[in-house]
Design a protein around this ligand. Structure first.
Ligand code: IMP
Length: 178
């Protein structure tokens, strides 16, 4: 298995590019079946979801919009718990079916914050898509509709996810060794 260094840390390849792309294809197929005919807005959460959002959205075969909002809650390798402001809302989501696109659901704090905002903005229905999900860290009851991979409670980078700003460009997902 491939090992890489980012700054002071060592990571081991955990999900290969091929495995990730196959899973995204499956999720897109499911969405194409379940969501066609609805007025859908995909809502990517920056920065981490940009690659997942791109690879997923290009496989969507019904007419749909995509928009992005940004917030950040993470510094280094452990959740700070504090959530910053949500910026970049420029899409009218009232009465639309929203598919939130996340890179990873960890504690679920970010997700809860976004859902709250979608309720205020009167979305007709909300579904959650996340490439990665850490069930052991999740503290919320919000159901997750489209999950790429359930992973252990370890720190990961790659495919959009970063360690201190680096690693987002890696086509695979890597897990922290030390
Ligand atoms: P939550 O609010 O605790 O669910 O965390 C969600 C956000 O924290 C994600 O969108 C990521 O930006 C970041 N995050 C959580 N776990 C990891 C990880 O293992 N590696 C990199 N970023 C992570």
């Amino acid at each position: 298995m491939k090992e890489i260094h980012i700054l002071d840390k060592k990571f081991r390849e955990y999900l290969t590019e091929k495995v990730i792309q196959q899973r995204i294809e499956e999720l897109a197929l499911q969405m194409n079946k379940e969501l066609a005919g609805k007025e859908v807005v995909f809502l990517g959460i920056l920065n981490g979801a940009f690659l997942f959002a791109a690879d997923l959205f290009r496989r969507i075969e019904f007419p749909a919009r995509i928009s992005f909002v940004k917030l950040a809650s993470y510094q280094g390798t452990s959740s700070s718990g504090s959530i910053k402001e949500l910026i970049g809302w420029n899409e009218d989501i009232k009465d639309k079916a929203i598919v939130v696109i996340e890179d990873i659901v960890d504690t679920g704090n970010t997700l809860e914050r976004i859902i709250g905002e979608l309720v205020i903005r009167k979305a007709a229905e909300v579904r959650i898509a996340s490439l990665l999900y850490k069930p052991l860290a999740y503290t919320k009851n919000i159901p997750l509709d489209y999950i790429g991979f359930e992973i252990p409670n370890d720190f990961v980078v790659g495919f959009g996810l970063d360690y201190d700003g680096f690693g987002r460009n890696l086509p695979s997902v890597y897990t922290l060794i030390n």
